[in-house]
Design a protein around this ligand. Structure first.
Ligand code: ADP
Length: 299
């Protein structure tokens, strides 16, 4: 459904996509993960033919991009990072007007409006103005709008950024429905829980380069010890640095110390004995991400 090879993009002489190669098969949910500025949005725009590459090759739904980007985009749905719904139109009009860009007849579009609104959880709101909708409703309407041309593949740029937990869960549920209906999804995210839940495969990118690729489980197994103990509070970090434990890896982030290892039973006994506060959990995708991309802030 999507294949990029040795993709390159420079802005003002600065490389923001650096010889990136990956592919997405039909029915997959593929996530591009990376810190702010890693080049995720630029990669999506390149794949859609909205930005011209400085090198490399792209095929989207079998069409070469940018040469046949228009033909390819007719079979693609896009949920951009920032909702760009038309505030002058009603909820229903936003869907119908979007459908006209694909040359679909009005009568056919109006007929499908109730179906799309039901999918978006917006039944009965067809006459509402966009400004009357909550952030979660706008996101769902943007998602419904991406479906008007019955696309084979959807591109979603940070689909749940800025939403509260309830609204995020609703979007995830809808995305899973789309996967069950056979759609292919490509999403960017910096939320590890989102990627771990949805993605069948993911690529971690940083500084425009692919630094790891695989299923969430495979990446966790490959890069991280199975067990984690997080110690936090005033004395956590000095205690952790002085603990002198064998066979564990220590990482520090702010006032939290992370111990990675297998079992970690001895450590747990010592923490219990000393009355320190800690959380014990299995390793997750966030541990992989922080190990590969570092813990310093990216603004
Ligand atoms: P991400 O989506 O991973 O946060 P982006 O793809 O948005 O990253 O941006 C990657 C880098 O490219 C950033 O440093 C950003 O400032 C830069 N960039 C993106 N678009 C442009 C542009 N149109 N002109 C100049 N620089 C850009």
């Amino acid at each position: 459904m999507l294949k990029v090879e040795q993709l390159e993009k420079r802005y003002d002489g600065r490389t923001v996509v650096d010889k990136l190669s990956f592919h997405v098969r039909r029915g997959e949910c593929f996530a591009l993960l990376g810190p702010n500025g890693a080049g995720k949005t630029t990669t999506l725009k390149l794949a859609l033919g909205l930005v011209a590459p400085d090198g490399g090759r792209i095929w989207l739904v079998g069409e070469p991009v940018p040469a046949r980007a228009r033909e390819a985009r007719a079979r693609v749905g896009v949920v951009p990072q920032f909702d760009n719904l038309d505030p002058d139109f009603t909820v229903a009009e936003n869907l119908v007007v979007w459908g006209r860009y694909f040359g679909l007849p009005d009568a056919q579009l109006w007929q499908k409006v109730p179906y799309w609104l039901e999918f978006a959880g917006l039944s009965g709101r067809e006459k509402a103005k966009v400004g009357e909708l909550s952030g979660g409703m706008k996101r769902r309407l943007t998602l419904a709008r991406a479906l008007v041309n019955d696309p084979d593949i959807l591109f979603l740029d940070e689909p749940t950024t800025g939403l509260d937990p309830q609204a995020r869960h609703l979007i995830w549920e809808r995305l899973r429905q789309l996967m069950q209906a056979g759609k292919t999804l490509v999403l960017t995210s910096h939320f590890m829980d989102e990627a771990e839940r949805l993605a069948t495969r993911l690529a971690v990118v940083d500084h425009g380069q692919l630094i790891a690729e695989g299923s969430p489980r495979a990446l966790i197994d490959r890069h991280i010890e199975p067990d984690v103990i997080e110690i936090y509070g005033d004395n956590a970090v000095p205690w952790a640095r002085a603990a002198g434990l064998a066979d564990v890896r220590l990482e520090v982030s702010g006032e939290t110390a992370f111990f990675y290892g297998e079992g970690l039973v001895d450590l747990e006994e010592r923490l219990d004995a000393e009355g320190l506060r800690y959380v014990r959990r299995p390793a997750n995708l966030e541990d992989v991400f922080l190990k590969l991309t570092g813990r310093e802030l990216r603004d």
